[in-house]
Design a protein around this ligand. Sequence first.
Ligand code: FAD
Length: 288
Amino acid sequence: MGSIREKYTLGKTVFSCEVFPPKKDQIIEPTLQKLKEFKDISPDFLSVTYGAGGSNAGHAVEIASFINNEIGVDVLSHITSVGFSREKLDAGLKTFKENGIENVLALRGDRPAYMTDDEYAGRDFEHASDMASFIRDGYPDFTIAGACYPDKHFEAASYEEDIANLKKKTDAGCSFLISQLFFDNDRFYKMLDAMKHTGINVPVSAGIMPITSARMLGTTVTLSGTSVPKSLSDIIARYGEDDEAMKEAGLEYAISQARDLLDHGVNGIHLYVMNKPEVARCIFDEIR
Ligand code: FAD
């Protein structure tokens, strides 16, 4: 499997989806079966999340290898560094390499509740940019991606500071970026403008999460901190009680977001469909 970065040079929009491995004490087989349904959707790549602290790292590697070898789709493996020493990160990267995984999304991650103070204090990487340069130097064949935030990362003191920090990430070796999910496309365009003015010239995929239930919106906003435009809250107010109508309206919202992004010539669209190939299919059928 080649470098995912090259897909952004072919003059076409790069379509990707994010999937997640089961928890470490859960069996993996049902997830593998479900992921097979992505084969005939043919995304440009699938990205596989990684539990901060590495608790389900084994499953993450198994899923990523399965996607590469059995499903035949390129894979981008997320990896986080929170609480990791250099040795631990290196061991994780080595395992990726041994399994033929050479495209990674370098993330700092957030401290998980179970991580002890000692484990947290033992971390060798403060930011994703620190791990990106470690990966670039130790694993020159790897393609490294990073995360960006149209609504600003919650810890950054200002929008400008967050974008300046993003430049450190791309300078450290992140050759493309995937955005946090957002519901207001103007935030994404504003971020692209700010990046351009800061000299960040790497391709960026826009993160879209189709909201298929009212409950899902609450959880998503809490986890991502993204803002909800009135047009989306109106949809929830109108259809929130009716599961089928809500699902349809949520998909329609995501499709119209994606169409507008395509009209603006985005480099890529990354769907947060979380192991639901049927949702990805609905959207890709409409926009590709
Ligand atoms: P960083 O880039 O380190 O940024 C964190 C904060 O530090 C920001 O406020 C930034 O402005 C600042 N900063 C960055 N670099 C510097 C620097 N060099 N000097 C000073 N300040 C700096 N989490 C998981 O646990 N597992 C996943 O699989 C996962 N996948 C994700 C995928 C995507 C596309 C996105 C957008 C997020 C994902 N996350 C995941 C969540 C992510 O781990 C959190 O958002 C985390 O809080 C920040 O990670 P980061 O890599 O952006 O951190």
